[in-house]
Design a protein around this ligand. Structure first.
Ligand code: CTP
Length: 400
């Protein structure tokens, strides 16, 4: 399953560290080569001897080798690894990872990683729910790290709630699932759009929408991790999608997005149009700031070009084109209408009637249609998981 895969396991100071010997054992049994690194505090919870015995290699705790005065090379470890799994990760370490505070070997190795990184937080429920922790987790996700969300359960404090580290068997599944999906879009050219567009009124005002680009960003990272060469065209968004497989083009208006998409779409094997493109722009933008007027003003809006319809119209036989539909009423009917009128292979329906779905949040609930009907009816999941579901449909339902 993991034959020949090189995996670094980084342990930090949480009681959940006692479960990591089992993780190491499972990884070795699955054929992986494992190197364990620990923070000094982690050694209070589980012994390096146990871990070196199981991994069949010395455990690195200190940046310096005590006996020889040499240093342990975190950069070498960063290049060696095919994957790094940090588990358990305390609130303290999450903060250090976000801010690059390299005061122990685990953090220096994290900062040197050239491979996918998985992070399994573990802490008490209040610490986990604190806005600092939640912000740190979101930031780490935006850096392209994979978060193995903690489970709801009994905690070391005696309380019950979210914060319990995921079980080693589930972590193994996440790792094996990751490696098996990794090749599914190898060398495929994928064009993804994300975020809103801003239609200029005057130098200080625009018409926009609430899209943050999260869904498109998750899709871009997920596709890149499956080996795709991703071109990500984004409207004005504050998020980042860091991955060497992603080439990003920033635009502002629907017109600019149209031009960028038309230049990129012919080369793409797959087009996923997740952007919330404005349907109207202002017919003539003012070069100077519009002044307040007692009588009010009227803006003349003109339709923008429908990018997806244009891509659908020029679709080549082998190309797969996917659209999104955000609906508030007659959801399925409207989604299927768009699938047909825009000549799409798939349409991903978001309903604003589902709480937790749509713009802004970290979760989404989708239904995917092709010409024959529903191909996937989803439940509420993180946008990263939803991205994986969408790409699974694309990879599985039609040979690419
Ligand atoms: N879309 C596009 N260009 C536009 C408007 C929308 O490419 N000018 C794309 C969106 O990115 C999305 C799909 O079309 O993938 C459906 O967008 P949506 O706003 O739901 O539908 P519209 O076609 O704009 O229809 P309406 O707003 O009337 O529902």
């Amino acid at each position: 399953m993991l034959k020949g895969k090189k995996i670094v396991v980084g342990i930090t100071g949480s009681i959940a560290a006692y479960k990591i010997p089992l993780l190491v054992r499972l990884l070795i049994r699955a054929g992986a080569e494992v190197r364990v690194i620990m923070t000094p505090v982690a050694t209070d919870f589980v012994t390096p001897l146990t871990l070196s015995t199981l991994s069949q290699h010395p455990v690195i705790i200190d940046p310096f080798k005590e006996t020889s005065g040499e240093w342990n090379n975190h950069v070498e470890l960063g290049s060696w690894a095919d994957l790094m799994m940090f588990a358990p990760v305390t609130a303290n370490t999450l903060g250090k990872m976000v801010n690059g505070i390299a005061d122990n070997f685990v953090i220096t190795a994290y900062l040197s990683a050239k491979c996918p990184v998985f992070i399994a937080p573990a802490m008490d429920l209040d610490m986990y729910g604190h806005p600092s922790t939640q912000r740190n987790i979101s930031t780490l996700k935006s850096f392209g790290n994979h978060i193995i969300e903690p489970q709801v359960g009994e905690l070391a404090s005696g309380l019950t709630g979210p914060g319990r580290m995921e079980e080693p068997e589930e972590m193994l599944k996440a790792i094996t699932g990751f490696f098996s999906a990794q090749q599914s879009l190898l060398k495929k050219k994928v064009l993804i759009t994300a975020g809103p567009t801003h239609e200029r009124i005057d130098p200080v005002r625009f018409i926009g929408n609430y899209s943050t680009g999260k869904m498109g960003m998750s899709l871009a990272i997920c596709a890149a991790e499956r080996g795709a060469e991703v071109t990500l065209i984004t409207g004005p968004v504050s998020l980042d999608a860091c991955h060497p497989g992603i080439r990003r083009i920033g635009v502002v208006s629907a017109g600019e997005m149209y031009t960028a998409c038309m230049a990129e779409a012919p080369q793409a094997d797959i087009v996923i149009m997740a952007a919330a493109v404005a349907d109207y722009s202002v017919s003539s933008t003012s070069p100077v700031k519009l002044k307040k007027s007692a009588g009010g003003i009227t803006l003349n809006l003109v339709p923008t070009k429908d990018i997806l319809s244009e891509i659908g119209r020029h679709k080549t036989g082998a190309q797969i084109v996917v659209g999104f539909a955000l609906e508030t009423d007659n959801e399925m009917e409207n989604a299927v209408k768009k699938l047909k009128s825009k000549n799409l292979d798939y349409i991903v329906l978001n309903s604003l009637q589902d709480s937790g779905a749509g713009f802004g949040g970290d979760t989404n609930k989708i239904t995917i249609f092709d010409a024959s009907g529903i191909v996937l009816g989803g439940t509420l999941k993180s946008k990263d998981e939803v991205a994986g579901d969408i790409l699974d449909v694309i990879c599985n339902h039609r040979p690419i």
